[in-house]
Design a protein around this ligand. Structure first.
Ligand code: SF4
Length: 478
């Protein structure tokens, strides 16, 4: 296959799902129709996408956005194969519940075609970047959920994919939908967040802008059936008023107060916006730490989800294949990627959960929260990122070994520079690289901006390990 020009989608790369029904990939009419579709320009962006492979020190990066973080076993195996055949074999689990392949060589067309053939492409080539809706990995099967978020999520994703105006949103513009599940990422800031709340026995959808339910109360709420219309109206309003350089909701809110945004929004909705005090003072209950690791009970009797952390966010093709095979043999034939850079096999019968967990462990996933490495995140670092001041992944392994030996498990984020790509939220402990092998140490403090309180400067990993071990001991001593 001849290589495509950079930034141009070849007709053969347009997913079948973008074609008018009833033509499918198995239809003999498909090829001539593909041939008649002109190449479409992709907008320039530094963010990788499925159709836009961006360079890094270790080769190209292709990001595969997964609806609700879900991927079928067959698709996961296709990703593993693509990573092996056309890249260096490194697959990353991102903190937005997506996958990306790194170290891609020159065969971009072949890699993209493999992923599109597996049905991993967007419905519309122009919508690849904007498929940014975060869901709980246990949506629809969580014992604590107020409603099944999946139908509304499908409506929202459908609009993001098919509404041409929404394709103008920044690739970073992101939404979250929380139906009250016990397993939900509440700390990641989103341009629009939605959370289920109950008022007098009625389930409403509260929402906020440019923030997250962990730290904000809703600005207002709507009836559940108005959820989709609300999202469409918010996005249309944003696009109407934001100037081109105001790519995120927070930029617009610097000029247009939230109250004004709400006033304009209410004029576009058929359902009333509700903002009585019970709604605007409501706070989302926190979720239990580490419940994405190990066994997670489902609302369906006799079924559990089984989860393991991807070590430092990196999967080998064989790990992904093993998890995919496990999902077919023990689960529902799909994997749920999570914002904690972990994966879950869902709908596992209770009596087979122990053996499923063992198999995930054997595949190389971290299935115990007291494994020090399960609590560490690290960005790409200097090994493959030009901005990195230190090899964060290698030093995270050193730190994990140190902490494991000391019997300490702490949530630590190692960042190669202050862009902090690996974490969408502020971690309890951050190590910010200042030079090769040396870090400043911060402890999260809600009263402090950025990473928190500076607790040590220019430290080696050994010094950090000693401090964290001593700190942990002093915290647990009577
Ligand atoms: S945080 Fe900095 S060093 Fe790490 S991947 Fe991002 S840009 Fe590169």
């Amino acid at each position: 296959m001849a290589p495509a020009k950079a930034g141009i989608i070849r007709p053969s790369q347009i997913p079948v799902s973008a074609l008018p029904s009833p033509i499918t990939s198995g239809d003999p009419l498909t090829e001539p129709l593909f041939a008649r579709i002109p190449a479409m320009p992709l907008r320039p962006s530094a963010c990788p996408g499925l159709l836009r492979i961006v360079p890094a020190l270790d080769g190209g990066i292709c990001r595969i956005k997964l609806p609700g973080g879900l991927i079928t076993a067959a698709q996961a195996i296709a990703v593993a194969e693509a990573a092996e055949r056309f890249a260096g074999g490194v697959i990353e689990a991102t903190n937005r519940s997506n996958l990306q392949i790194r170290g891609i060589g020159t065969e971009h067309d072949q890699l993209i075609a493999t992923l599109l053939d597996a049905g991993l492409g967007p419905k519309n080539p122009a919508s690849d970047d904007v498929r940014n809706l975060m869901l709980s990995p246990t949506a629809g099967m969580d014992a604590l959920q107020s409603f099944d978020a999946r139908p509304l999520a499908a409506q929202i994703l459908g609009s993001l994919e098919t509404h041409p105006r929404f394709h103008e949103l920044s690739p970073k513009f992101a939404l979250s939908l929380d139906a009250g599940e016990g397993l939900a990422m509440l700390e990641h800031p989103h341009d629009l967040w939605l959370s289920a709340l109950n008022v007098n026995g009625e389930t409403l959808l509260g929402f906020g802008l440019a923030g997250c339910p962990a730290t904000q109360s809703p600005l207002a709420a709507v009836a559940l059936e108005a959820g989709h219309a609300l999202v469409v109206a918010v996005l249309e309003l944003f696009l109407e008023y934001a100037r081109p350089e105001q790519t995120r909701m927070r930029h617009l809110l610097q000029e247009m107060p939230a109250s004004q945004f709400l006033e304009r929004l209410s004029k576009r909705l058929q359902h009333p916006l509700r903002h009585d005090q019970r709604i605007t003072t409501w706070r989302r209950a926190p979720t239990q730490l580490n419940s994405h690791i190990g066994l997670y009970p489902q609302r369906q009797s006799g079924l559990v989800s089984v989860g393991g952390v991807v070590p430092l966010g990196r999967l080998s093709p064989s790990m992904l294949r093993s998890a995919a095979t496990l999902s077919v043999e023990r689960g529902d034939g799909s994997l749920a990627m999570t914002p904690w850079q972990s994966l879950m096999v869902r709908n596992v019968r209770c009596e087979r959960a122990g053996s499923a967990l063992e198999r995930l462990r054997a595949a190389g996933l971290l299935c115990d929260a007291d494994q020090a490495l399960s609590q560490l995140i690290a960005c790409t670092g200097s090994a493959a990122c030009g901005k990195g001041l230190s090899d964060t992944k290698a030093q995270a392994l050193q730190l994990a070994a140190y902490l494991q030996h000391a019997g300490v498990s702490q949530a630590v984020h190692l960042s190669g520079c202050n862009r902090a790509c690996a974490a969408a939220h502020v971690a309890p402990i951050t190590l910010l690289a200042v030079s090769a092998g040396r870090y400043d140490l911060y402890f999260r403090d809600a009263a402090q901006p950025g990473f928190g309180v500076l607790r040590g400067r220019d430290l080696t990993i050994e010094a950090v390990g000693a401090m964290l071990t001593a700190d942990s001991r002093s915290n647990t001593d009577d």
